[in-house]
Design a protein. Structure first.
Length: 535
């Protein structure tokens, strides 16, 4: 008997984009459901017992509610299997709601769930819902085998499916799939491509518009590092597996021919680790003349002059370096990330010599980190000459060592332990010596300090690049007072009209205690020319 499968992308959008630029941001744009697309593309090609599959993305704007849309779809399709994609913890309440609808409609319909949030919380999910099974880790082979099995009741007992019975027996394992060449060729015809509104990662060279055609790719899986705050090893294991370079490039050429792709977002966790492969990949991207970004961050240990040159030629104008901290001790003893500290500055200089804008990722507030090590991080960011630095609170994410540690030691309020309860816009760890107000104040002020007050391109006289950066800030976050102030300063030094930005700055500091106090703290003053322009 042929089987039909409905793959449901649970709502994860945060609603109205956050407008308070003094607060930590949350995601608000609509991206392709890449993980579900890989599943659907794979089973459509290789499952022998598949009648049909459909993707229902409940994040797409519709007049009806997600419940109404889902109800109508299962009544119309009558699927044998409903698979819920739980990529984000915030989607968990929707799993409860839609699962109840599915079970009320047809008790014999098999309901399963997968995705990163499922992998890290399958025990709780099975204990709190009527779901038939959770997929632990990668799902392509799991879903194909479930579709092709003779008896679904038997199929969901096979790894990597986890059921209540298997939990009781404690026999869960995590098989991983090695032939990524069969997964990478995602079929975007399975979704309504024009309905998605991607947004490129922050960069002074980003000008996303109606002519931008952005697509995703993942060309490898796995990560051998065991960073304390990261859950990635829970999803894809420690061993690296790769798509053949020519197979990946052929897929991208088809995207360019079919859709006019001119922006490529690479979501590999360790795209550079196999250096010869990475160099071959970037060399073969160069003739495509596209813009390439890697917003997950790359490990700078693998970057040499040749790599930097090949990346630039391939279309990389901005790079995100996963440095994580400015203290050598914190990196080695707390985060446990194997970075050669002495190479950080030379690598940044090598990339900038190629014309690549360098951003660094930093995690602040790890238990055991000291106040002096945070100040050390601020000082060394300026010394390294990064073009931009992004700061995140150390957050105990499910599946990470940090989550296990905080839970066991009581360093996190119990209200944050349920699925989806963690607040990533606040610092929530309550470890000894870690003060929430101090950590949040440090992140806010250090961002203003290193990115605006001591902006590297303002300091060295790269005024065009500094202006492009501040313009990008003010376009994305019109309420960012320092963005307007320093954009005005740039324009003044370039002999251009700065009145619009100084006027915006003046209004913001007059209407916001937060911005007014920050301006006083850093002694921002409008010069005579600026004062006359906003008088």
């Amino acid at each position: 008997m042929k089987r039909s499968v409905l793959l449901v992308v649970l709502p994860h959008m945060v609603g109205t984009p956050q407008t308070d630029a003094s607060k930590k941001k949350t995601r608000s744009y609509l991206a392709f459901p890449y993980g579900v697309l890989t599943l659907a593309s794979y089973v459509n090609r290789y499952a022998t017992n598949l009648e049909k599959s459909e993707i229902l993305d409940l994040n797409l704007p519709k007049e009806q509610s997600p419940e109404e849309i889902f109800t109508a779809k299962i009544q119309e399709m009558q699927p044998d299997i409903v698979g819920f994609s739980l990529s984000y913890d915030v989607s968990y309440p929707w799993l409860h709601k839609l699962l109840a609808i599915a079970k009320d409609h047809e008790k014999r319909m098999y309901t399963v769930a997968g995705g990163p949030a499922t992998t890290t919380a399958y025990t709780e999910i099975l204990g709190e819902t009527e779901l038939d099974a959770c997929c632990y880790s990668e799902g392509e082979m799991a879903l194909k085998n479930l579709i092709d099995c003779e008896d679904l009741a038997v199929g969901i007992q096979q790894d990597p499916w986890v059921t209540r019975e298997k939990l009781a027996a404690r026999k869960t394992t995590k098989p991983l799939y090695d032939d990524l060449d069969k997964i990478v060729d995602v079929n975007y015809e399975l979704v309504d491509v024009p309905a998605y509104s991607m947004k490129e990662a922050f960069s002074p060279f980003t000008k996303f518009n109606a002519h931008s055609k952005q697509f995703f790719i993942v060309t490898s899986r796995g990560c051998p590092f065991k960073c304390v705050f990261c859950a990635e090893p829970s999803f894809h294991g420690a061993n690296m597996r790769y798509v053949t370079v020519d197979v990946a490039v052929d897929h991208l050429k088809r995207l360019q021919e079919r859709y006019g792709m001119n922006v490529l977002t690479i979501y590999d966790d360790q795209i550079l680790m196999n250096k010869p492969r990475a160099k071959e990949f970037f060399a073969k991207l160069a003739p495509m003349k596209i813009r390439v970004e890697m917003p997950n961050g790359v490990t700078l240990s693998y970057i040499d002059e040749e790599m930097a040159h090949l990346m630039k030629n391939a279309g990389v104008d901005t790079i995100f370096l996963a440095i994580e901290h400015g203290s050598k001790r914190v990196l080695k003893e707390i985060i446990r990330k194997p970075i050669s500290f002495s190479r950080i500055k030379p690598v940044i200089q090598t990339l900038q010599a190629e014309g690549i804008y360098c951003q660094g990722f930093f995690v602040i507030g790890l238990p055991g980190e000291t106040r002096s090590e945070r100040e050390e991080t601020r000082d060394i960011i300026i010394d390294w000459g990064l073009d931009w630095a992004s700061f995140n609170y150390a957050t105990p994410l499910r599946g990470s060592e940090l989550f296990r540690m905080c839970k066991e030691k009581g360093w996190i309020d119990k209200k944050y332990l349920p699925i989806g309860a963690i607040d990533m816009t606040r610092y929530v760890i309550q470890a000894p010596g870690m003060d929430q107000e101090e950590i949040e104040s440090y992140v806010f002020n250090t961002n203003l300090d290193v990115n605006f007050v001591h902006n590297r391109n303002m300091r060295v006289g790269n005024l065009d690049l500094a202006a492009w950066t501040f313009q990008e800030v003010t376009e994305r976050f019109p309420g960012q007072a320092f963005g307007h102030y320093f954009m005005g300063q740039c324009l003044d030094r370039m002999g251009k009209d700065s009145s619009t930005h100084f006027e915006a700055y003046k209004k913001l500091i007059e209407s916001s205690d937060v911005w007014r106090q920050a301006a006083q703290r850093f002694e921002l003053k409008l010069n005579e020319q600026a004062l006359s322009s906003v008088a």
